[in-house]
Design a protein around this ligand. Structure first.
Ligand code: ZN
Ligand code: FE
Length: 256
């Protein structure tokens, strides 16, 4: 089976948006709807016709374009059951463990609540990609607007369980600031130091740092590394419960 075609493009100020396309069936989905004109331009650029909106969570920079796009194209709106009352135009409600069949592509739904309570990720195992919304970022994770550290940490662990080479499509370009913060948490991490320099380089050329991979995040993202002895030492939390260390990293990032 062919892999899912993916077209990534910027929207609003620092969002990324993604078209997914199956050549054989002609299906085209958009992962979240930050901004209608940017999505329409992307559809024109690719020549694809929108058939689906696949929402990760209810925030306006993710579901704000739902109704206009649905009205213009007649596309189907798919989104998280736990946030159905806040997802405009939702028809198909899905939740953790469901498989949404996008033509021949199986999109496995993973609960990644914490940034919002009912946020979901879409994992296509066969294509080796996961769309994580605002749950996980390159070197960061979403702010916990609605959930608790325990919920968020469980969500991130579900993503950490995916194969290392899985491409991670996250919804914002926050990586450079995240890298600066990550270096305050784990300055001795050589892979992180090297990656941070690469990120500075990419951003100086106005290039995207997304997608990343699960393996690279596990090696460098402080939010996935609260079990690291070096990090625990830096935070003066050696031997503390891992979820408490995670919560402290999140608190520090909120103030950074
Ligand atoms: Zn959000
Ligand atoms: Fe967002």
């Amino acid at each position: 089976m062919a892999r899912l075609d993916i077209h990534m493009f910027p929207a609003l100020w620092d969002n990324y948006c993604f078209l997914i396309h199956d050549e054989e069936s002609g299906l085209t989905g958009v992962i979240d709807t930050p901004e209608v004109p940017a999505i329409e331009t992307a559809l024109r650029d690719t020549g694809w016709t929108l058939t689906h909106i696949l929402n990760t969570h209810h925030h306006p920079d993710h579901a704000g374009g739902n109704l206009e796009l649905k009205q213009k194209t007649g596309c189907t709106v798919v989104g998280p059951r736990e946030e159905a009352d806040r997802i405009p135009g939702i028809e198909t409600q899905i939740s953790d463990g469901d498989v949404y069949e996008f033509g021949p592509h199986r999109l496995q739904v993973i609960d990644v609540g914490g940034h919002t309570l009912g946020q979901i990720a879409y994992w296509c195992e066969e294509s080796g990609v996961v769309f994580v919304g605002d749950a996980l970022f390159a070197l960061g994770c979403g702010r916990m607007f609605e959930g608790t550290p325990t919920q968020m940490w469980q969500s991130l662990q579900r993503l950490m369980a995916l194969p290392d080479d899985t491409l991670v499509y996250c919804a914002h370009e926050y990586t450079q600031k995240n890298a600066q913060f990550a270096l305050t948490i784990e300055p001795q991490n050589k892979i992180l130091v090297k990656r941070s320099a690469e990120i500075d380089d990419l951003r100086a050329k106005d290039l995207a740092t997304v997608p990343t991979t699960i393996g690279l995040e596990k090696a460098t993202n402080p939010f996935l590394r609260p079990m690291s002895p070096d990090i625990q030492k830096t935070l003066a939390m050696t031997g503390a419960p891992v979820v408490d260390v995670f919560a402290e990293i999140r608190r520090r990032r909120d103030r950074f």
